[in-house]
Design a protein around this ligand. Structure first.
Ligand code: FAD
Ligand code: UDP
Length: 756
């Protein structure tokens, strides 16, 4: 704000406070001497009726606005300010979205609706970090991530300051500290576990306790709650710590945070130990100074390592300083200012020049091809949408508009090179396998292949690694057996299996094949994590995906065609969509073009319930959060995926892409998968009642003229990639037949090539 105040007059409008009951509403005003920023706080009469507050605040705001000359830019940090300010005429409306506020404790119910309104009127949206941007980017066409920057000079004082604040001076060493608001985002159990594990460490907690009951805070002789401190005082406290902590709970309220304290702690020269907050791992996880630890045990061990690091001011600190050198508030200001200038110019180019607003590079406006007549509008550029776009154009000469609300093609199979140049999958590991000659031949027109057979190990409690699916090696290793033949293994499993009269659920499938103990070891915990429910509540088809073997075959799949696209999935999609008749637009939601575009028929590959505005209620989809990490080592684990069936481990599996892609690189990239209820829909949840609900939507779909539903989300089927391709090819055949056109079968045979 200070930087903006150099160019414009800045008024900050605060939340109301309450004053004497008998007085009329008034404004408290504070002016920052350095920047000229004016901070106005509405003071409302205490005891006045709640329903009058909005009108009172609007009245106060209008009196201020009457004194303002020139154009107004509205800048919202929260949609809750919209009700009394939506009438303001502004040249630009900025929504600076700092967090997923709706996930916060006591979030007002109207927040979601107001945010939707704000999204619809904002000219430009900024998000406080990449995770938040990822979550919101489909909601606005002009949205930009701004991870926290840092006032390096201010916090660097912690490296040299001597003389401690009184309330910290007497605490024993070593000291591990946290500053920030203490609320539902903090993992209190973790804090207690840390204090208990290391009673000789002092844990220093600075910050106000908000929204949670102070009585719920863990009380220990070595945890010291010193209360809230001013920004100015923080470096002096930080100076007295060995290690800085971020013991955040991993839950809805922390999913999108991008804590400013990470770079602050680092600028202060302190190693940091954090739980796996996505943006912390993403931006700082590569630094030796930042340890990410998920469980209490890992957290303690990481603190040990961080303490060891804090004793030597070595290369780790140089690496920190290099990383921080790229961050500056000036840079953030420059980029935000530019986006605002562009947004003003987009609305009213002449006015922007007249006003001499910041130098204007030509605004980036996507050329709109929506107006052209198309035969088909296809929504979703994953396998379902892309196969159909390719077929309809190349075989039937149709004109197709293909849109996706994400900023890329490929749907969930999208892959890209990360900052370290490692080819990785943004939405978790995708391994291609099929028994369908037709599907393999079809895709082979657009890619060469690299042979790859996926192998998975289960990491059991205690660290033992055994093959999954369960095979003879698994049994021999787990139980110290020496089963030498299929027959011996079969007899062994039979002796453990529990007969189940009618196999209905995912529990029945496994228990009837291998018995309860192996079921609990490999399936129960994993499934509970993955699906948020017990296997006994899930259809049998879910765990039936994973077979049981009596031989020593340790491949995850046994399909006859097991290959990865040699140059990645995205390249394959690019080749597929390189057709004269296809127009692709990414970052475009169906809603944006639904009425605007000119098309005869629609193919929809998004969630079917969303298409029908959730008319019969929401279809449950399970989601995931991905934590991608690039490690400064050549390999991380012996196989492509290691599963963690133990329910106490928060993630289900870790996958390492270089095994799959065959890429050789000095660094390696891995992905942790954390299942969750909210977020992008990834998995339909196979249960009879969900299927029944889907059937109602399907019936609606059949009645709806001119629209077809294809793909995993649109037909609510737990399909693999090859099955979606097969489904799309079948859909295409039906379309061609309807038009009386013969279909030429894809000719090219699958050709596997050796890795480069
Ligand atoms: P998607 O890939 O989901 O594509 C749908 C697209 O539609 C999305 O890009 C979405 O942004 C877009 N969209 C939705 N609604 C709208 C809208 N209103 N406006 C604009 N765009 C919209 N399969 C395998 O065969 N092997 C594997 O190893 C494998 N691993 C997987 C791992 C994970 C973690 C997940 C989640 C899935 C995995 N799959 C795997 C399954 C595979 O991802 C799917 O079968 C396949 O991607 C489905 O393709 P689709 O086109 O139906 O849907
Ligand atoms: N599963 C399990 N333990 C494992 C692997 C799988 O319990 O080690 C169960 C779990 O319910 C999982 C299902 O089997 O969701 C299907 O596994 P698959 O690997 O096919 O899942 P996907 O790759 O689709 O996530």
């Amino acid at each position: 704000m200070t930087r903006f105040a150099k160019e414009r007059r800045v008024i900050v409008w605060e939340e109301p406070v309450f004053g004497p009951p008998e007085r009329t509403p008034r404004l408290d005003s504070n002016v920052c001497a350095e920047s000229g920023v004016v901070v106005l706080t509405p003071v409302l009469p205490d005891g006045s009726p709640g329903e009058d507050h909005e009108a009172m605040i609007r009245g106060l705001l209008d009196t201020v606005l009457a004194t303002v000359e020139g154009d107004i830019i509205r800048w919202y940090y929260t949609p809750m300010m919209l009700p009394f300010s939506r009438h303001i005429e502004a040249v630009c409306t900025v929504y600076d979205c700092m967090d997923e506020l709706a996930n916060f404790k006591f979030a007002p119910p109207e927040l979601t609706l107001l945010e939707r309104e704000l999204m619809s009127i904002a000219d430009v949206v900024f998000t406080g970090g990449y995770s938040l941007w990822e979550a919101k980017r489909d909601r606005h066409p002009n949205i930009h991530p701004f991870p926290s920057s840092v006032d390096r000079g201010h916090f660097a004082k912690a490296r040299v300051l001597r003389g401690e604040p009184d309330d910290q001076a007497g605490l024993p060493w070593p000291r591990l500290g946290f500053y920030g608001v203490v609320d539902e985002r903090m993992d209190l159990a973790l804090l207690a576990a840390l204090a208990d594990a290391r009673p000789d460490w002092s844990l220093v907690i600075l910050g106000p306790v908000v929204k949670i009951n102070p009585d719920d805070l863990p009380k220990r002789a070595n945890i010291h709650y010193l209360g809230g401190k001013d920004y100015e005082e923080l470096p002096r406290y930080l100076a007295g710590w060995d290690v800085a902590l971020m013991p955040f709970a991993i839950n809805e309220s922390t999913r999108f945070i991008s804590p400013t304290k990470t770079p602050e702690y680092l600028a202060g020269g302190r190693p940091v130990v954090s739980t796996p907050i996505v943006d912390v791992a993403r931006h700082y996880g590569d630094l030796e100074a930042v340890k990410i630890a998920a469980t209490a045990e890992e957290f303690v061990a990481a603190c040990d390592q961080a303490l060891a690091l804090s004793r030597v001011r070595g290369d780790w600190l140089k690496a920190v300083d290099n990383a921080l050198a790229a961050l500056s508030w000036d840079e953030t200001f420059g980029r935000m200012n530019l986006e605002i200038a562009r947004a003003i110019a987009k609305r009213d180019p002449a006015a922007a020049v007249d006003r001499g607003a910041t130098i204007l590079p030509s605004p980036v406006i996507r050329p709109s091809s929506h107006k052209k007549p198309f035969d088909y509008l296809i929504v979703g550029a994953g396998f379902a949408g892309s196969v159909l776009a390719e077929r309809l154009t190349s075989q039937l000469g149709k004109r197709v508009m293909l849109v996706d609300r994400r900023m890329h093609i490929g749907g969930n199979a999208y892959d890209e090179k990360d900052a370290a140049g490692v080819l990785m999958h943004r939405y978790g590991p995708h391994i291609f396998h099929t028994n369908s000659d037709e599907v393999a031949a079809y895709l082979s027109q657009f890619t060469r292949w690299r042979p790859y057979e996926h192998r998975v190990l289960g990491c059991l409690r205690g660290g033992l690694h055994v093959p999954i699916p369960i095979n003879r090696t698994t049994l021999n290793t787990l139980y110290g057996l020496d089963l030498q033949s299929d027959e011996a293994a079969e007899a062994y499993l039979k002796s453990r299996a529990e007969p189940v009269e009618k196999i209905r659920t995912s529990e029945d499938v496994v228990v009837s094949a291998v018995g309860r103990e192996l079921y609990e070891t490999f399936f129960q915990g994993y499934t509970r994590k993955q699906w948020g429910m017990d296997p006994s509540e899930l259809d049998k088809s879910v765990t039936a995906r994973v077979p049981t073997r009596t031989n020593t075959d340790d491949r995850y799949f046994t399909d006859k065609f097991q290959n990865m696209p040699a140059e990645g999935y995205t390249r394959m999609f690019e080749n597929m969509l390189d057709q004269a008749g296809v127009t692709v637009e990414v970052g475009v939601d169906f809603e944006d073009v639904r009425d605007e575009a000119d098309y005869d028929r629609l193919i929809f590959t998004g969630p079917i319930d969303e298409y029908f505005d959730f008319r019969y209620g929401k279809l449950p989809y399970r989601s995931l959060a991905f934590r991608h990490e690039t490690l400064d080592q050549e390999w991380f684990q012996p196989v492509g995926t290691v599963n963690y069936p133990d329910e106490a481990v928060p993630y289900t599996r870790i996958s390492e892409y270089k095994h799959m892609t065959g890429q050789s690189a000095r660094k390696t990239t891995v992905t942790y998968e954390y299942p969750q209820a909210e977020g992008d829909p990834y998995y339909p949840v196979p249960r009879p009642e969900n299927q029944a609900l889907y059937k109602r939507y399907e019936a609606l779909a059949l009645e709806t003229q001119g629209v077809q539903f294809v793909g995993r989300l649109a037909t609510y089927r737990y399909y693999n990639m090859d099955q979606v391709v097969g489904q799309a090819l079948a859909t295409f055949r039906r379309i061609a037949e309807r038009e009386g056109r013969a279909v030429i079968a894809a000719q090219a045979a699958g050709r596997a090539v050796a890795a480069d």
